[in-house]
Design a protein around this ligand. Structure first.
Ligand code: ATP
Ligand code: MG
Length: 394
């Protein structure tokens, strides 16, 4: 049983004066994550380090699952804490730690001592070499390697003695809430949940907008998007999801515009509406799961044409990724299986057999003029009838 977890965070440590803001955001997100775990935990900032103290029984795997989703954490070291009862006892404690956590250890190791309590009567070097000797006596097949040890045993001398030897990797990134907010265009596909995850990983809070087209797209297709938002929310925190009824706009475009331009024009209206909500919700950018050349609507020309309607920056974190690279992340964050559920997508329903791959902006704009009569009303109605779903962090 570990008494505490030492949290390692690299990126936020280099932020100078803002450091405390980042640490506070990290601690806040850790507390939120740990609320979902059975047991009592105390998250503490001490001398530039963050510890989780375990105040009750807990399930180790559950704690790991929660903490490995907190952006900003680089590594988690489970710590055993011993009372400081003099050096001799420290030796015994370190041995019992080794016996329990590395029984029969026969590889190379190094003892690393950190003296947070500067009044301790021995130097760090002395403690390390003495403890190394104690370990060697008991573990006769082990050997010391100070340069590339297979096992790094750290002993921190504080009011008590902290011992740890393992670091479980965290997700990295920056704590959510340190970098403003952005609006994710979340479809039911593989790419957009990954895109949302990647931007959230940089400390950005996210909201989302989904365009559905009942009765052409079903309730289940919508539920799938809610499920995806839930999965992303495990990392990003709660997501406000705006579900826009896009049917009338799509039908109107279908009715008035050349079918090969349908997707591009539709995407331009999606971006316009997404930007409306983004501004209303004080988001500083839009996020999409677009990747150059993946489909006709994602050629450089198509991207330029959709981008043209936006004034906010559009973040496309998977823009240079191959599908396989996106799929790998989708697996890692556990959205893949949900994304591949076969429900209809509003883009595929009205899609033309031969969509333009190199749309000419002038031509597209001229086609959009054919929508003049009703489009403003339809957009306003879509905005007014938008359903808001607050997706909680599981
Ligand atoms: P994804 O896997 O994310 O669905 P995709 O490969 O299917 O992407 P498109 O359908 O061309 O690609 O969509 C490109 C991007 O546009 C998506 O990543 C998403 O950000 C946005 N998008 C597409 N359809 C919708 C929708 N129905 N609602 C919200 N956003 C959408
Ligand atoms: Mg899609």
């Amino acid at each position: 049983m570990f008494h505490a977890f030492l949290i390692k965070y690299a990126e936020i440590a280099i932020k100078g004066k803002n450091r405390y803001l980042f640490e506070d955001a990290l601690i806040k997100q850790m507390k939120i994550a740990l609320e979902k775990v059975e047991g009592e935990f105390d998250v503490q900032k001490e001398q530039g380090r963050v510890y989780v103290y375990c105040k009750s029984d807990y399930d180790f795997d559950e704690v790991m699952e929660a903490l490995t989703r907190v952006f900003g954490i680089v590594g988690i070291s489970p710590v055993v804490i011993y009372e400081d009862k003099g050096f001799e006892q420290m030796g015994k404690d370190v041995l019992s730690y080794m016996k329990e956590h590395h029984p029969g250890y026969a590889g190379t190791f190094k003892v690393h001592t950190r003296r947070a309590k500067k009044s301790y009567p021995m130097t760090s070097m002395e403690v390390s070499s003495e403890l190394g000797g104690v370990i060697l006596e008991e573990f006769q097949d082990a050997s010391v390697d100070v340069h590339h040890p297979q096992l790094n045993l750290t002993v921190e001398i504080r009011d008590k003695i902290y011992v740890y030897s393992r670091t479980i990797p965290g997700p990295g990134g920056m704590p959510v809430g340190t970098n403003g907010k952005a609006m994710l265009l979340l479809s039911g596909g593989i790419d957009s949940p990954v895109a949302g995850y990647m931007i959230a990983k940089r400390g950005v809070r996210i909201e989302a907008v989904y365009f559905h087209a009942p009765p052409y797209t079903s309730e289940r297709a919508k539920q799938k998007v809610v499920d995806l938002a839930k999965l992303v929310a495990r990392y990003s925190g709660p997501i406000r999801l705006h579900v826009v009824n896009f049917t009338d706009i799509q039908l109107y475009i279908y009715d008035k515009c050349p079918h090969e331009e349908l997707t591009i024009i539709m995407r331009r209206y999606m971006m316009r509406i997404a930007e409306h909500f983004a501004k209303e919700r004080k988001c500083l950018g839009l996020i999409t799961g677009e990747s150059i050349g993946q489909v006709a609507s994602q050629t450089m020309q198509s991207l330029a044409a959709t981008n043209e309607v936006c004034t906010l920056p559009v973040y496309r974190p998977v823009i240079g990724f191959d599908k396989q690279e996106i799929v790998e992340i989708a697996h890692k964050i556990d959205t893949f299986e949900t994304s591949i559920q076969p429900f209809e997508d509003c883009c595929t329903i009205f899609v033309a057999k031969h969509p333009v791959t190199k749309p000419n902006l002038k031509v597209i704009k001229r086609s959009e003029e054919k929508l003049e009569e009703k489009i403003e009303d339809l957009v306003r109605e879509a905005i007014e009838t938008t359903e808001v779903i607050d997706v909680e962090q599981m």
